[in-house]
Design a protein around this ligand. Structure first.
Ligand SMILES: [Zn+2]
Length: 142
């Protein structure tokens, strides 16, 4: 991404900033626990470390391989980052679109799906949009 593109997207960064700050806190903890960080695709991408070890010990239903907060993407491994990057970049665009409202809208979508008897993750409107991206490991799970 060029500096011109970054400047053109400044309003998107500012709108998503409250969520990115939360992501940066997680990123700092992850880096202190041995994770590696890189700037790519206009995002801070954080990989691995002992945070990943803790996540991998969670029960299967709660295991998270990658997640996004604003312009910060975290993945438990480089393989996970490579597999889920495009999916997580859709979430970055969603943060840019909805800003600080996004976490509430995401949770609301999950609650609505749960009340309808559907899977709160796979039926979540935002996840369904992210699952449509080419190369998503979730394609075909809807
Ligand atoms: Zn997702």
């Amino acid at each position: 991404m060029t500096i011109q593109n970054t400047l053109a997207r400044l309003p998107c960064y500012l709108w998503a900033a409250p969520c990115s700050v939360a992501g940066l806190v997680i990123a700092c903890v992850a880096v202190l626990l041995g994770a590696k960080a890189q700037v790519r695709n206009g995002t801070l991408q954080v990989i691995g470390g002992r945070l990943a070890t803790g996540i991998c010990r969670l029960p299967t239903r709660l295991k998270i391989v990658a997640f996004t907060h604003g312009h910060v993407i975290y993945a438990v491994s480089r393989t996970a980052m490579d597999s889920y990057r495009e999916h997580e970049l859709v979430h970055v665009r969603q943060y840019e679109r909805w800003g600080p409202l996004f976490p509430f809208l995401y949770i609301g979508s999950s609650l609505i799906q749960k009340l309808k008897g559907r899977d709160p993750y796979f039926a979540n409107w935002f996840e369904r949009e992210a699952h449509k991206v080419e190369g998503s490991p979730f394609v075909g799970r809807d």
